[in-house]
Design a protein around this ligand. Structure first.
Ligand code: DGJ
Length: 731
């Protein structure tokens, strides 16, 4: 007879637990420095065991034996009374799901340098299937995860909740960092300790999705977020439409993170055999703080998520703040000549160049009528392109292809192409007449592709398109979608948009396009594969840009962040700042200008010329180097500082900005990061006000060790002073 006491009970449980663990199939998904560990027992529930830095085989075995497990994709209806990733109404009205593993497939995607792991699930009763997919990049520390949902039931199944992914984050002192804001104040960094309750970050605009909240977050696992230390998980939903991120913290030991399309007013009636693919959630992990996490996102973005991520971006002048709608041939020629003389490489003609029956004299007319306004530009686009060539620069153009004005020939011809319920009157946006085209309609998709085709076929020299989008969905409803698919509009709009952009990208792979949407409303990883950059904000005030660019840099690389020097005084805030400060801020992103050069003094033009020359020198480091954020403007210590370094650590650029100016104010030394302690670096002042008046650090050779451990005194002078120093290894 076996007497069961506490000791051998423990032994028996351990043996049972171990044999269960060993019989369960474990799947390891790895990138160069990170790892996700899952248990996928055949016929059982897939579970997540670990997500963090890459570990040894021995540690993986230990994790399997000891880790607390969480359902890898919780579904609604059977034994899971918590927030779920998926809930449906089956064809027969049943609301429950019970998914079990039926297979695991691993494929090497050689061309992409990634591995794809698919966990196949089937409901225990219904012919309802979910594939959980994990794409692990082998040259960047990002794992993308999404689901593919389908069924073989007789009638449509309604998807009521369909998150892309679920990630359990172990409770402790976990902090959330995310971006929020408003028009002209986008990308504000918000940080908070996660508390019990539900935190929801979502978007309902329909067309654009980052004017206020963003679909990217970081979880700092070791207390208050630090830039260069501590463990951090980063997550970015790669989607251009309405999204919802949920972080649910209840009575148990986990923060439950769920991310996906916002299902509100978007219930999806899935037909038999149709596959519903959710957008990918990109996950990364770093033990080098938030900056470490950012560097991983940036590297992945440049390699895989950004159109032409390896091509340096040109220095441009955009016409908007210089002339607004007042476009004419002579004015464009003058601006092109001026930017060329300052060393710029591209001129972009913004809004106001088009419209025949309804000339675009202001924002109430002509969207949709993409023909040149011959009164403003009698020589047409060809003459502008010829002038650009004459000045030795490239030419780009503004479009807002997803929109129309009710005062346009397009609307007169196709009133049924706009988004609106047939029975309702039109609610208009910008200019009192702006409406959104119904991109769920393939005819509308073709029209947009044709618009770009006609432009590019007639003028193959066009080098750049600024693709704007200045309205939200205000009229809910579609002439095109059938009655039982009206609730698909938000989703179909973005499928349509992706289709259009995919076709354009395939035809014109080298054309650089900027994602603009009333400023920074389209900063998302759903659209970036089609665009090379985004317009960060309509607010070009350098001072306020420091906050916005700092926020956005958490998830997006400098090469994608359009940052323009604008007029003094600034058109949005009325603030007056020195030209040097404006350049120094814009040079930490993708440098451009957004002002009327003919209003600049000769001295200003001279400075701009030198600053542009300096940017060309540091451009490879800023646009392709590693970012280290040093002193946050949000910490309110009177200044902000960041730097970029090459991966080889032989070159770096250091930026510092005075955020507050008080007499005899104490300014701490700034310790640098990202340098090699064993190297010697020469410091070069890149943007002195006068060529012969460089700051006191210029020309000094300092060791990496000193710069890392002791730092430097920042050579600030007065209000709105700023510094751009290049560091070059001295052998
Ligand atoms: C909004 C954009 O954000 C601006 O840069 C400018 O292009 C205007 N639209 C033009 O209408």
């Amino acid at each position: 007879m076996i007497i069961i006491n506490k000791r051998n009970l423990f032994f028996l449980i351990s043996v049972w637990l171990l044999s269960t663990l060993l019989s369960a199939q474990n799947v390891t998904i790895s990138t160069p420095h990170t790892q996700l560990l899952l248990s996928v027992p055949n016929g059982g529930t897939p579970e997540q065991l670990y997500y963090g830095s890459r570990t040894s085989d021995a540690d993986i075995r230990s994790i399997c034996e000891t880790a607390r497990r969480r359902n890898a994709y919780p579904v609604y209806g059977m034994g899971y009374p918590c927030e779920t990733a998926l809930s449906v109404r089956h064809a027969d009205g049943n609301l429950t799901l019970q998914m079990a593993v039926i297979g695991v497939k691993e494929t090497r995607l050689t061309k992409e340098n990634a591995t794809l792991t698919v966990i196949e699930l089937k409901d225990k009763v219904y012919p309802f299937f979910v594939n959980i997919c994990y794409k692990a990049w082998q040259d960047a520390d990002v794992i993308e995860t999404w689901t593919e949902i389908r069924h073989e039931e007789k009638k449509p199944v309604q998807l009521q909740q369909f998150a892309s992914a679920y990630l359990p984050v172990r409770r402790g002192n976990v902090w959330l960092s995310h971006l929020s804001g408003a028009w002209a104040n986008e990308g504000q960094l918000c940080q908070e300790a996660l508390q019990p309750g539900m935190k929801v970050i979502k978007n309902t605009d329909g067309v654009r999705n980052s004017q206020s909240a963003h679909a990217e977050v970081m979880f700092s696992l070791d207390g208050k977020p630090q830039e260069n230390t501590g463990r951090v998980i980063g997550a970015a939903l790669c989607y251009s439409g309405n999204y919802k991120l949920r972080i649910d913290t209840q009575e148990d030991d986990w923060h439950h993170f769920l991310a996906g399309i916002n299902e509100e007013n978007s219930w999806y009636n899935l037909k038999k055999e149709e596959v519903f693919r959710t957008p990918a959630l990109a996950l990364t992990y770093s033990d080098e703080g938030m900056s470490g996490c950012s560097r991983k996102f940036h590297q992945w973005a440049r390699l895989h998520k950004l159109a032409n991520g390896n091509t340096p971006r040109k220095i441009l002048l955009n016409s908007w703040e210089g002339v607004y709608f007042d476009i004419n041939e002579q004015g464009m020629d003058q601006m092109m000549g001026d930017i060329a003389a300052m060393g710029g490489e591209l001129f972009v003609m913004d809004d106001g160049w088009f419209g025949d029956k309804y000339p675009r004299k202001n924002d109430s007319y002509a969207l949709g009528d993409w023909t040149v306004d011959k009164t403003k530009l009698p020589g047409g686009l060809q003459s502008l392109l010829d002038n650009a060539r004459k000045h030795g620069i490239r030419f780009g153009i503004w479009l807002e292809p997803e929109m129309a004005n009710t005062k346009s020939e397009l609307y007169e011809k196709h009133p049924e192409w706009i988004i609106k319920a047939p029975e309702r009157e039109v609610v208009c946006a910008r200019g009192g007449t702006q409406v959104v085209l119904d991109l769920s309609n393939p005819q509308v998709q073709d029209f947009i592709v044709q618009t770009v085709d006609e432009l590019m076929n007639s003028y193959p020299d066009i080098d750049y398109i600024k693709w704007d989008a200045n309205a939200s969905i205000m009229n809910y409803g579609s002439y095109y979608l059938p009655k039982d698919r009206q609730s698909h509009l938000y989703i179909e709009y973005h499928k349509g948009l992706n289709n259009v952009l995919e076709r354009i990208r395939t035809k014109y792979p080298h054309l650089l396009m900027q994602a603009c949407a009333s400023g920074g409303s389209r900063v998302n990883y759903g659209l970036l594969p089609y665009f090379g950059e985004f317009w960060t904000s309509d607010n070009t005030d350098a001072y306020q840009r420091i906050y916005m660019q700092w926020g956005v840099s958490n998830f997006y690389p400098a090469i994608a962040m359009a940052s323009h020097v604008s007029a003094d005084k600034n058109h949005q805030t009325g603030r007056r700042t020195p030209l040097k400060f404006r350049f120094d801020v814009a040079m930490s992103g993708r440098l451009g200008m957004e002002m009327q050069p003919k209003d600049m003094t000769d001295g200003d033009k001279e400075f701009a010329k030198r600053a542009i020359k300096a940017y060309k020198e540091i451009r490879p480091i800023v646009q392709h180097g590693d970012l280290y954020r040093l002193v946050s403007p949000y910490d309110k210590v009177g200044f902000a500082s960041l730097m970029y370094a090459t991966p080889e650590k032989d070159k770096a650029v250091f930026f510092a900005y005075r955020m507050e100016y008080l007499l005899n104010q104490v300014t701490p030394r700034v310790r640098m990061t990202g340098l090699d302690p064993d190297k010697q670096y020469k410091l070069i002042d890149m943007t002195p006000l006068k060529e012969n008046k460089k700051n006191f650090l210029d020309g000094k050779v300092l060791s990496g060790k000193l710069l890392l451990e002791e730092g430097v005194e920042v050579p600030f002078s007065g209000e709105y002073s700023s510094v751009v120093m290049q560091l070059i290894e001295v052998k």
